[in-house]
Design a protein around this ligand. Structure first.
Ligand code: GCV
Length: 723
């Protein structure tokens, strides 16, 4: 009863606070912030009765989350236990954990290990909200979903939700090195404090797990795909074990990036040949060693024979040989291999966009059942816009998992506001047409396209390259948190709309003030297109600075490899611009299913967004607007800068509606973005005009500096570069 009284008095306090101005916020609490959430007005709280089991760590996590969410309390003042409320008005659990749930006889079939239902029912004449699942982790996800409804101001009195994730493995990929450098990371150092582990378990690890669980992420690859074999030594595995123990209550498994040559580097073997018996035995022993510490270890992620990494081809073996050798070592423990398809060779004269397909399609059907081939969303490298990767749909006999980038290597690092939800959505909804219309990338990923053959038993998954670091706000900027959030929500349900996700995130992150939500969501929804415009529209790609990838570098040429230059990709000449990937060119179009290949092959029908990706056209070719390609490109550069200017103005207008700390940082970052968008625009126009020799249309401002100035800028310490 003391607890009930405490809840009641807390509610009064929360209610009083809900009308107060926004409090200062450093962003640490992400979308889980209690912030200015109005006092919950739900039957359960009014009645003061919540029944949630607390017998396991996952149950306790769900219960604690409810306490935080319902009474706005955490920390030392929070009640230590929810009383056993019998016919509680908020009833949480599984048939096994709660007799009350069992008594309801709910239909939990088909929810799988992670699904849940949330339902408003009447028990003994009293309204009860039920959060039920077949397993504890389902109730945890259901709890977060319920709190999401609460925090976003949804009605809670007639609920009938039934949810299960569409993809099984929903994983973050950390490109974190063991010295805490983060490759392509713009949010400080790696959050994994390897040196102090396992003795010091930073509470931030729990906060990390909680944030991920709240959006349904259920796995994390702790180390960079450009892997260091040391992570597989006993000393590091003891550290990994502690992280795995910390994440387990939140339904999160750990995975590791495995360096293919580890048997040589830390095992003392003379070879890493996957067909060598000693090598196979070494990996089996290594797997046993890992599972002895971490019984639910997820498995290995591997970057092999790509950008200088070792791999099976060093021994004349195939990607399937390499992946299967590791898969066999993990199979007795139910582990999986995520084998990356991001492979290309500078010794290969073939268009880089075609190489992954050429290498992997011949091995379709040859991978073990516990292998997922992990494919980037597009065939080049996480550009602001790419057509979907032709491998999606081209390997019916092999489960493919998506690799998105959450960090913004090519979209302005952490200072540019670019919401990637629309990028993810565009790719997931793209129609491969491999089995007629509606063969979307999402259906390739969730396996539903192949249900006839697999009976729904295929392994499925998705990965996102994390944007997380030691910065207090985790992601380097407040708005980059939205990219982490959107990735998780789409990993759970690839059919969600990015606008809905943006709104959900905004409400949870900044509050439900209608005068704030609409302008912020509108701003987020135009932001990625703005980046496309000011970095190179109409299908241009790979135009950034060399190495660090910061700022414009359309002039980048020479160096160690042609396929790391910009001129390789834009192919601008005095006559025209674009990469001819048609049947008459590199023929990359033929890697798509015939209707898509026909579309991309036809310059008249190719969507303008991909014009210069697939075609080399005259600068003077008319575009849909009536402007020539040259004038349209310049127009888009200007449009991109103007959009950012508009975003700044929108944000300025929200000063009274956002706490000063977050408002000030976002405002400062938008100012940086505007300057850098202008820089991209000026440098790109200066460069392309030096090639096209076309005049600028009337009214267009010439770049203020000569091309030589933009070319002379150097940034040796830009963050996130490879080491
Ligand atoms: C981890 C791009 C990035 C590299 C990254 C690589 C990959 O080339 O610039 O930093 O390496 O992709 O995805 O393996």
């Amino acid at each position: 009863m003391r607890w009930l009284a405490w809840v009641a008095s807390s509610l009064v306090v929360v209610a009083m606070l809900s009308g107060a101005p926004a409090r200062a916020d450093d962003g640490y609490d992400l979308w889980l912030r209690q912030g200015d959430t109005p006092a919950p007005d739900i039957a359960a709280v009014r009645a003061g009765r919540v029944s949630a089991p607390v017998a396991t760590p996952t149950q306790r996590a769900a219960r604690d989350e409810l306490i935080r969410g319902l009474v706005g309390a955490s920390g030392p003042d929070a009640p230590s236990a929810v009383p056993d409320a019998g016919d509680g008005a908020l009833l949480v659990g599984t048939p096994a954990s709660s007799p009350d749930i069992a008594a309801l006889g709910l239909d939990l079939d088909g929810l799988g290990d992670e699904g849940y239902l949330i339902r408003s029912v009447t028990v003994a004449g009293r309204p009860v909200t039920v959060i039920a699942a077949a397993h504890d982790v389902g109730t945890l996800y259901g709890t977060f979903a319920f709190l999401r409804l609460l925090r976003t101001g949804q009605p809670l009195d007639a609920l009938n939700l039934r949810e299960a994730p569409r993809l099984q493995r929903r994983v973050l990929n950390h490109w974190d090195d063991l010295d805490r450098h983060v490759e392509r990371g713009y949010a400080g150092q790696s959050i994994w404090d390897w040196h102090r582990l396992p003795g010091w378990v930073d509470p931030r690890y729990t906060d990390y797990a909680r944030a991920n669980a709240s959006i349904g992420i259920n796995g994390t690859v702790l180390n960079n795909v450009n892997a260091n074999a040391q992570i597989l030594t006993p000393m590091y595995l003891d550290k990994v074990r502690v992280l795995a123990d910390t994440f387990r209550p939140w339904g999160i498994r750990v995975y590791l990036s495995a360096r293919f040559s580890a048997p040589m580097e830390i095992g003392g073997l003379p070879t890493a040949d996957p067909l060598d018996a000693a090598v196979q035995a070494w990996w089996r022993g290594k797997a046993d060693e890992i599972y002895a510490r971490i019984p639910d270890f997820g498995g290995f992620l591997v970057k092999a024979n790509s950008e200088g990494q070792p791999g099976p081809q060093d021994y004349g073996r195939s990607h399937a040989d390499g992946a299967n050798m590791l898969a066999d070592a993990l199979a007795p423990h139910d582990g999986i291999v995520m084998w990356r398809a991001f492979v290309y060779s500078d010794e290969e004269p073939v268009d880089r966009a075609k190489q992954a397909y050429n290498e992997f399609v011949p091995h379709d059907g040859q991978f073990r059942d516990n292998v997922l081939v992990q494919v980037k969303n597009g065939a080049i490298d996480f550009q602001p816009r790419e057509p979907f990767h032709p491998l999606f749909g081209a390997m019916p006999g092999t489960p493919l998992m998506m690799e998105f980038q959450i960090t913004k290597e090519y979209l302005g690092f952490a200072t540019h506001l670019a919401f990637k939800g629309p990028l993810y959505e565009e790719v997931l909804r793209a129609d491969t047409q491999v089995r007629g219309e509606g063969s979307t990338v999402a259906r390739v990923l969730d396996g539903s396209l192949y249900d006839d053959e697999s009976g729904g038993r295929r392994l499925t998954g998705i990965a996102g390259v994390a944007n997380i670091g030691t910065d207090r706000n985790w992601s380097g900027s407040h708005f980059d948190q939205a990219n982490w959030y959107a990735y998780g929500r789409l990993a759970w349900n690839p059919d969600l709309s990015s606008r809905d996700i943006a709104e959900e995130w905004t409400r949870m992150t900044f509050g439900n003030d209608a005068g704030l939500v609409t302008p912020v969501v509108d701003m987020m929804m135009v932001s990625r297109e703005a980046v496309v415009d000011y970095t190179g529209a109409l299908g241009l790609h790979h135009l950034m600075g060399r190495g660090h990838h910061y700022g414009p570098g359309p002039w980048v040429d020479g160096g160690p490899r042609a396929d790391w230059t910009s001129v390789y990709f834009h192919r601008a000449t005095a006559e025209g611009i674009g990469f001819d990937r048609t049947r008459g060119g590199s023929d990359a179009v033929s890697q798509y299913a015939p209707p898509v290949a026909d579309l991309f092959d036809d310059v008249e029908r190719t969507p303008e967004a991909f014009l210069l990706w697939f075609h080399h056209v005259s600068w003077d070719r008319p575009t849909a607007s009536g402007r020539t390609v040259w004038d349209e490109l310049v127009h888009r550069y200007d449009r991109g800068v103007a959009t950012v200017r508009g975003m700044r103005a929108t944000w300025e207008g929200l000063a009274e509606r956002v706490d000063p700390a977050r408002h000030a940082q976002v405002a400062a970052f938008l100012a940086i973005q505007e300057q850098e968008a202008q820089w991209w625009r000026d440098a790109s126009i200066a460069y392309f005009q030096s090639i096209s020799q076309r005049p600028l249309a009337a009214g267009v401002e010439p770049p203020p500096q000569p091309l030589s100035y933009y070319r002379s800028l150097a940034f040796p310490y830009a963050p996130g570069d490879t080491q």
